[in-house]
Design a protein around this ligand. Structure first.
Ligand SMILES: Nc1ncnc2c1ncn2[C@@H]1O[C@H](COP(=O)(O)OP(=O)(O)OP(=O)(O)O)[C@@H](O)[C@H]1O
Ligand SMILES: [Mg+2]
Length: 249
């Protein structure tokens, strides 16, 4: 595969036409036992359609990050079933899950998670190194192109500390998208940014859905959530409501 093929705006084919990209059933994550148990999420049923941007909102502690981590394959549920991109991931072992994640999910974090001693392009290249059969030059080229797509072509050789928060988050998005995953899970990606940069990051994530990428966008910003295709409201570890919004409606 050449670098252009990695990044060209070819729609990501859903595993089965019409099927959900994410299908959670009775999804539950609990830590500890008995009186000491902590509920992350409980009995969550959720479908996310291919190519849609779903916002997940709710008060602090309502289970948004827990749900995001399960969907992204960072964490495993206590019970329930979870199909992501056609694969049943709830019973995968940790190492299987890590391998699956590398090829299927891009993750964007509130605090960017860039390695401080690596340049922007090196940070993005790292995402292609795990299990990649793509050569070094092609990885570099693909990373440069991913940075171009987020408007950072001129910043490729800067260290994170030499970039603004908004720029660092755009590097985070380039890193999440360079593997061309079917799903992006972003946990409060605008939480550390001012309003203008937050909108720019949201617009980049929303733009990904135009090439078929599915985006789960966890946020406290109700204005941004309003522009999502659907809004999932969490309360006390449960889905309290799911509202269709539709961009521009
Ligand atoms: N590793 C853990 N061990 C025990 N309890 C946990 C763990 N992670 C999360 N929880 C609990 O799960 C519940 C949901 O937490 P979660 O981080 O998903 O909330 P959130 O909606 O993302 O909140 P915020 O808006 O503050 O980020 C909380 O009660 C939290 O204390
Ligand atoms: Mg959270």
């Amino acid at each position: 595969m050449n670098a252009t093929a990695l990044l060209s705006p070819v729609p990501v084919a859903p595993p089965t036409a019409g099927a959900s990209l994410v299908e959670a059933r009775d999804l539950t994550r609990i830590w500890g036992k008995g009186d000491a148990s902590q509920i992350g999420v409980s009995g969550v049923d959720l479908d996310v359609r291919p190519g849609e941007l779903v916002a997940v909102i709710g008060p602090s502690g309502s289970g948004k990050s827990t749900l995001g981590a399960l969907i992204a394959g960072i964490d495993r549920p206590t019970s329930g079933s979870l199909v992501v991109s056609g694969t049943r991931i709830d019973r995968m072992k940790t190492d299987q899950l890590a391998a699956w994640r590398g090829g299927n999910v891009g993750i964007v974090f509130q605090d960017f998670h860039l390695l401080p001693t690596l340049t922007a392009v090196e940070n993005v290249e790292l995402a292609l190194e795990l299990g990649s059969r793509v050569g070094r030059r092609q990885r570099h080229q693909a990373a440069l192109e991913a940075l171009e797509l987020v408007g950072l072509g001129g910043h490729a050789h800067k260290l994170p500390a030499q970039m603004s928060g908004g720029e660092q988050q755009r590097v985070g998005i380039a890193r999440a998208t360079v593997t061309r995953p079917a799903l992006i899970v972003a946990d409060e990606p605008t939480g550390a940014l001012d309003q203008a940069n937050g909108h720019a990051v949201f617009d980049l994530l929303a733009g990904l859905t135009r090439t078929g990428t599915t985006v789960v966008f966890i946020t406290h910003d109700l204005n941004l959530a309003d522009a999502a295709d659907r809004v999932v409201s969490m309360i006390d570890g449960r889905v309290a409501s799911v509202d269709e919004r539709g961009a521009g409606s």
